[in-house]
Write a protein that binds this ligand. Structure first.
Ligand code: XMP
Length: 325
């Protein structure tokens, strides 16, 4: 029978046997898969593991800092922080098409990953948070015809773009490859990964960049970050975080008329998107208590300059997607 403890023990043995005294690189996103992987590998091979955390500038308010603090200070795991905010933003100047945005972000991710892995390397292995469903899709790998081993051709980074260049086709370490998502959560938990990561809502790789419709600018990022933080704070205060599959804010690139005091305002609307779902494939808009919506709406309009209206999305998936881009 499968137990978490037995799995962890066996995985650690396997990793040590495979890696020996070689160096392993891991692209850390802060999601449950890559975080669990980091914890497991750190236990297995300590400082032979280097985690690379690329900050694209599209994460939620305070998240990069929180992640670094957690890994470095609390768990003493080596994380190389790469501040690539300006580069990613520069890629998006004037870009409004959703697919084009994703493509550019994905490509920039590969470029940064390539440069940084050369700067920090050399590495012998790339650790990937491949899960059993990914193995079945065999989405990110090729089989080396000589050795029969799985080799990375793509990095599992939530960016479904391009392949890894030849020089980045590392050998793989994939200790989670037999697990389903729920088992990963259990393993993460058993390794001491905090609940806030284990049970975190899914967050798309391109992050807030696809929750700002139209062009992404520093001003809009700041507005959405502040609105998004209020959403999280109020949901947590209402102890409803786990009632939703996802709950977030979207910024629209249009302006509407409002009134504040005796002043006319002309500012952005924010959309609240709260859904329930089993797996993200289909979803239902969440029947949120009105008083929670009211608190969120009041706070956003009062506290976030640049926003004067809040609306609630009542579209299920299908026909709507969960994200707006
Ligand atoms: P949609 O919007 O297609 O989203 O209904 C389904 C689920 O996938 C997440 N999502 C992404 N996750 N990279 C990711 O890792 C992405 O580019 C991406 N786009 C959407 C979305 O948040 C939802 O959970």
């Amino acid at each position: 029978t499968w137990t978490t403890a037995a799995f962890v023990e066996e995985a650690i043995r396997e990793v040590r046997a495979k890696v020996g005294d070689k160096r392993v690189l891991l692209a850390l996103s802060g999601g449950v898969d890559s975080s669990t992987l980091a914890f497991l590998l750190h236990r297995a091979i300590g400082d032979q593991l280097t985690c690379m955390f690329i900050d694209q500038g599209f994460m939620r308010k305070g998240e990069p800092e929180r992640l670094l603090k957690l890994f470095q200070e609390q768990f003493h795991i080596k994380v190389e922080y790469v501040n690539a905010r300006d580069r990613f933003l520069a890629q998006l100047v004037g870009v409004t098409d959703p697919e084009e945005k994703r493509k550019r972000i994905g490509h920039e991710f590969i470029r940064v990953f390539e440069e940084e892995s050369q700067r920090l390397g050399p590495f012998d292995y790339l650790a990937q948070g491949t899960l059993y469903p990914d193995v079945i899709e065999s989405a990110n790998t090729n089989i080396d015809p000589q050795t029969g081993e799985r080799v990375a051709v793509k990095i599992k980074s939530h960016h479904n773009v391009g392949g890894l260049p030849e020089n980045l086709r590392f050998k793989l370490v994939e200790p989670l490859r037999k697990l389903f998502k729920d088992e990963v959560r259990q393993v993460g938990r058993s390794l001491g990964l905090p609940e806030e990561i284990v049970r975190r809502h899914p967050f798309p790789g391109p992050g807030l960049a696809i929750r700002i419709l139209g062009e992404v600018t520093p001003e809009r990022l700041e507005i959405l970050r502040d609105a998004d933080l209020i959403v999280r704070q109020e949901i947590n205060r209402a102890e409803m975080y786990h009632d939703f599959w996802q709950a977030f804010a979207v910024l629209l690139p249009i302006r509407t008329v409002g009134v504040m005091g005796d002043q006319r305002t002309y500012a952005y609307p924010v959309v609240l998107r709260f859904v329930t779902s089993e797996d993200g494939m289909t979803a239902d808009w969440a029947r949120v208590p009105y008083d929670l919506l009211e608190r969120i709406s009041n706070r956003i309009v009062n506290e976030v300059p640049g926003v004067n209206r809040v609306v609630y999305d009542i579209t299920s998936k299908p026909p709507g997607t969960i994200e707006w881009e």
